[in-house]
Design a protein around this ligand. Structure first.
Ligand code: BDR
Ligand code: CA
Length: 312
């Protein structure tokens, strides 16, 4: 199985990504989860990550708290999308499992140094603050990363938090710039891809049909999370962003995209956090990212449902 670190700001869709990883031990070896400030402040994301592990009956997973604010700007959160707790939709008990003492950034650095070079994949599902901080603090680890597969950005779908920017990149564009310029093999799941995987009524029902606690928890999350986007976009269901990252690691054939140049706008007040993606190859700027534009939604939900069911 592929060794990964999930860097996350749960978030109902982050939670689904964690469940998908835990339900796929043949393909995924989850070395640890690092929380970052994003959808909600760090205290909440660190707590939510542990709640998710406990829902999956995996209190043994190591959960770390990382950075509590973006590199250069004040934190922008998204309670309007995810609810006050970040994981609204179903009441869950406070986690009993511990948060690790080590800072999340130091865990990332230490792990990349300890494991053989080129064997650890980073999976950021929130703002890129922890990853960029680790790269700044310990540049020697950059060459040791196998790949970064992240959820963030947009091209045709442009933005979801401002007219020009997707939330994860918008919250910490300076961090995103460091990651996109790092030279690490980079695979990006932008809104262009995640807006194809919609939580339709039958897909939500498939989780309810588990007929157990886990199914109820997942349905509670997705029902809550989905409502926001349906009201906003009037589509068939809300997009389920973050699990696309894990699904890509398990079944890359579910996704297609282009290897292109992607630059991050950090300066402009109007378009800050925009991923300027050279989809049509109109510049000679160096290609730095596999940028996904399409997803097999049926295949994705079949995989997600099957793997999460295993955890029950
Ligand atoms: C991203 O922003 C967050 O609200 C979601 O968890 C996802 O990572 C989508 O723009
Ligand atoms: Ca997220």
């Amino acid at each position: 199985p592929r060794k990964i670190i999930i860097d996350t700001d749960p978030g109902q869709d982050d939670a689904m990504a964690i469940l998908l990883a835990l339900g796929s031990p043949e393909e995924i070896d989850l070395l640890g989860i690092v929380a970052v400030a994003g959808n909600v402040p760090i205290a909440r994301t660190a707590e939510n990550a542990r709640k998710v592990c406990e829902v999956a009956k995996r209190p043994d997973v190591k959960v770390y708290a990382g950075c509590d604010r973006p590199l250069a700007h004040t934190l922008v959160t998204a309670e309007h999308v995810h609810g006050k707790t970040g994981l609204d939709g179903i009441e869950l008990p406070a986690p009993e499992m511990p948060i690790q003492d080590q800072h999340g950034v130091d865990f990332i650095i230490e792990t990349l140094r300890a494991e053989p070079a080129g064997t650890v994949t980073l999976c950021p599902l929130g703002p890129l603050t922890n990853i960029a901080t680790a790269f700044q603090k310990a540049p020697d680890i950059i060459a040791r990363v196998q790949e970064i597969v992240l959820m963030g950005g947009a091209y045709f779908e442009v933005g979801n938090v401002t007219p020009a920017a997707e939330f994860n990149i918008y919250v910490d564009p300076e961090a995103a710039e460091i990651v996109f310029k790092s030279g690490v093999k980079l695979t990006v799941m932008p809104l262009d891809c995640t807006h194809k995987v919609l939580v339709t009524a039958p897909r939500l029902q498939a989780f309810k049909d588990f007929g157990n606690h886990l199914g109820d928890v997942v349905a509670g999350w997705l029902d809550f999370f989905e409502r926001f986007d349906v009201e906003k976009y009037g589509s068939l269901g809300g997009p389920l962003h973050d699990p696309t990252v894990i699904a890509y690691l398990i079944k890359p054939e579910l996704f297609s995209g282009r290897f292109i140049n992607v630059e991050i706008e950090t300066g402009s007040e109007l378009t800050r956090g925009m991923t300027v993606a050279d989809w049509w190859g109109v510049t000679d700027r160096e290609q730095n990212a596999m940028f996904m534009g399409d997803a097999d939604a049926e295949g994705f939900f079949t995989l997600l449902t099957e793997r999460v069911r295993r955890l029950a």
